[in-house]
Design a protein. Structure first.
Length: 297
């Protein structure tokens, strides 16, 4: 009974500490809190947006073709008569899933390579960094287009292509952080007492790279979402039957923007608002997690 009471008390303290930290974040970084609110709204839409879609996003109707926004169709109809509002709601899920998958894979692989490169040094560092240099020599979007040309059009291939373009930047940034950590007293002490390479990297170096990892992830998420939309807009990203904001923007380019501007306006506005929220939240996270900025702030 006493142990259970202690566990409940400990959890209560942790919850209160988290709430206090969150309130401090909102007070010190109101713009970052606003960005977080935008992200949460889009996350909720991605999860339950399909429930509130007034029409079938794939249903074609000649009566709704190029119909402007009105009381029954808030965002109007596209060139095939499909409800744009319903498609924007459904497209939110795909765009966010692709962005999160790209960042999770690309940043994680880049962090592993960066830590290994910094820790082992020598030939390992030289080989890995030359690979990173080769990948960074190509513009990210151009490299993604080349990869998609080889792999073919599919949502999975979009994730693979964009994750590969995200690895070099993550590896280079994490490597610089890991180099400083590997030379600290506690890391050297762990080496002296016989800690294995894996334990040293996983228990002493990697946890101290988490702040940089989170900053890279939040900064890259908006870029990944825009890159997916760009590939889909060019017709080499998500398949035509997949509902994404990029595909919707691609469809708008086939029609006269002068006669039906709403086709591209609403998915473009949703994309812009989400990326804006991610960027301002990422800037706030960088200010909070970077110790150098905390000292000067």
């Amino acid at each position: 009974m006493i142990n259970q009471t202690n566990i409940i008390f400990t959890r209560s303290i942790r919850t209160n500490a988290f709430l206090q930290s969150f309130l401090n974040f909102c007070r010190k970084k109101p713009l970052g809190a606003f960005g977080l609110a935008i992200i949460i709204v889009f996350m909720v839409v991605a999860i339950i947006g399909e429930t509130f879609a007034p029409y079938d996003p794939l249903a074609v109707s000649a009566d709704f073709k190029l119909k402007p926004p009105n009381a029954t169709q808030w965002f109007g109809g596209d060139s095939l008569g499909r409800d744009i509002f319903s498609r924007v709601l459904i497209g939110t899920r795909i765009s966010i899933i692709v962005g999160l998958a790209v960042i999770s894979i690309g940043t994680t692989v880049g962090a592993i390579l960066g830590i290994a490169s910094a820790y082992y040094g020598g030939a390992v560092d030289m080989v890995l960094q030359r690979i990173v240099d080769a990948l960074m020599a190509f513009p990210s979007l151009l490299l993604a287009i080349c990869i998609m040309a080889v792999l073919g059009v599919s949502l999975t291939n979009v994730v693979i292509a964009l994750a590969l373009t995200n690895i070099p930047r993550s590896a280079r940034t994490i490597r610089s952080v890991a180099l400083a950590i590997a030379n600290t007293d506690y890391a050297l002490a762990a080496t002296c007492i016989g800690a294995s390479n894996f334990r040293l990297m996983s228990r002493h170096i990697a946890p101290n790279c988490v702040a940089s990892f989170l900053v890279i992830g939040t900064a890259g998420l908006g870029i990944a979402i825009i890159a997916e939309a760009s590939l889909s807009f060019l017709g080499i990203g998500s398949p035509e039957e997949t509902i994404t904001w990029g595909v919707m923007l691609s469809r708008s380019s086939l029609d006269s923007f002068a006669y039906a501007p709403h086709i591209g306006l609403f998915p473009g506005a949703a994309l812009t608002l989400l990326v804006f929220g991610i960027n301002i939240f990422g800037d706030a996270m960088r200010d909070v997690l970077d110790p150098r900025l905390r000292r000067t702030g």
